[in-house]
Design a protein around this ligand. Structure first.
Ligand code: DSN
Length: 415
């Protein structure tokens, strides 16, 4: 970072501070991860200078021969990774990818059925403050009191709503999603099945979560969560007609020039996901989340659905006298970064909430295993048991900083 240090000390210093924060704190936001230095290098490459509207071999600007190489490699690797026929790697984010699915397949006002945000869905799955709830006529399904999806009930809702598209996939759901059942539901009502696998994509490609293929008509993901690649989005399908619609929806309908440097970084990330080490990582992500949940249950905490099949646990404080916000702040003071999250049956506002979501992907990328997660889970319980004890928070913070020192992910020479 010597160029940056020399040219813009203000931003350089903030980068330094952020590196220190990422190093000293335990990152347990379920949607975050640490990407490879090689991915960061690609993101900082010369491709940031290039305009490349269009698609490989069909560009609107000259000089795209190497951009074509980058994008084709990213597409080929994505298709190999997910076992699908078509991939669009241009979406700037998961939300942009989802916007393209709707723009390509729906008309304004068409009916969309997705998971309720407060039950673990996502803003772009039809939530009213989002374009997805404003431009389309959106309906929701949720989870049962046991915290799990009830596919018979979702079928009943789908029959009553008769949506054009059914969205499955979640941001805060700890159980495996049965994509085969969602396809049966979609077929029963003649709907398009759209799977947003942003949270579990890294597990899917390792065979550690059911794949949405061959069931879904269209699939989106982000590339930076469990996939541990650069920040961005992607759309996949096996249907040639849908693939054409997705390409037109991304460009020229929704986006302009693709971020070729990020597409290069996506290709690098996919190379990592295709490597033999990836399976090992995904298995460890799940094992770490599992022990985290088990310890918290042993310590008397309620987990929505009682446990986890994937990379996250959702703790419910509905029967406690503190909120998700209180827990988020207390754990933050103790050096553990999580996010407050609504839970099924929520009684508090979305700014306060009655839960927290805790994930294992980032610390697993740092090399932590069950032993460390058991230790951390006990520290989380200690802090929550004594939610107002700021001295305890400070001492846990110091202990965890010492632990973190043994699991260095980046150092200054990395970037
Ligand atoms: N912000 C992401 C998450 O935390 O799950 C969803 O977009």
């Amino acid at each position: 970072m010597s160029f940056l240090k020399e040219f813009d000390k203000d931003i350089f210093d903030l980068c330094e501070k952020e590196l220190e924060r990422q190093t000293d704190h335990l990152e347990m936001i379920a949607s975050e991860n640490f990407t490879l230095p090689a991915v960061m290098e690609a993101m900082g490459s010369v491709f940031t200078n290039k305009y490349a509207e269009g698609y490989p071999a069909k560009r609107y600007y000259g000089g795209c021969e190497y951009a074509d190489g980058v994008e084709q490699l990213a597409i080929d690797r994505a298709c190999k990774l997910f076992g699908c026929n078509y991939a669009n790697v241009q979406p700037h984010s998961g939300s942009q990818a989802n916007a393209a699915v709707y723009a390509g397949l729906l008309k304004a006002g068409d009916k969309l059925l997705g998971m309720d945000l407060s039950h673990g869905g996502h803003l772009t799955h039809g939530s009213k403050p989002s374009f997805s709830g404003q431009n389309y006529s959106s309906f929701t399904y949720g989870v049962e009191l046991d915290g799990r999806m009830n596919y018979d009930k979702i079928l009943e809702i789908a029959k009553a709503v008769q949506p054009k598209i059914i969205v499955c996939g979640a941001s805060a759901y700890a159980r495996e999603i049965d994509f085969k059942k969602f396809r049966e539901i979609a077929d029963a009502v003649g709907a398009i099945m759209f799977a947003d696998i942003a949270h579990v994509a890294g597990l899917v490609v390792a065979g550690e979560h059911m794949s949405p293929f061959p069931h879904a008509h269209v699939v989106t993901t982000t590339t930076h969560k469990t996939l541990a690649g650069p920040r961005g989005g992607m759309i996949m399908t096996n249907d040639e007609e849908i693939a054409k619609k997705m390409n037109s929806a991304i460009f020229p309908a929704l986006q302009g020039g693709p971020l070729v440097h990020v597409i290069a970084a996506k290709a690098v990330g996919f190379k990592y996901n295709l490597s033999p080490e990836w399976k090992e990582y995904a298995v460890q992500v799940k094992a770490n989340a599992k022990i985290l949940g088990e310890v918290l249950v042993k310590r008397g905490y309620d987990l929505v659905s009682g446990g986890t099949d994937n990379h996250l646990v959702l703790l419910s404080f509905l029967n406690r006298d503190f909120s998700g916000k209180d827990a988020d702040i207390a754990l933050g003071n103790a050096g553990i970064t999580v996010n407050k999250n609504t839970v099924p049956g929520e009684t508090r506002s979305p700014f306060v909430t009655s839960g927290i979501r805790i994930g294992s992907p980032a610390l697993t990328s740092r090399g932590m295993k069950e032993k460390e997660f058991e230790f951390i889970a006990n520290k989380i319980a200690d802090v929550l048991d004594n939610i107002n004890d700021t001295e305890l928070q400070a001492s846990v913070k110091n202990e965890l900083k010492e632990l973190a020192k043994n699991f260095v992910i980046y150092n200054q020479s990395t970037y």
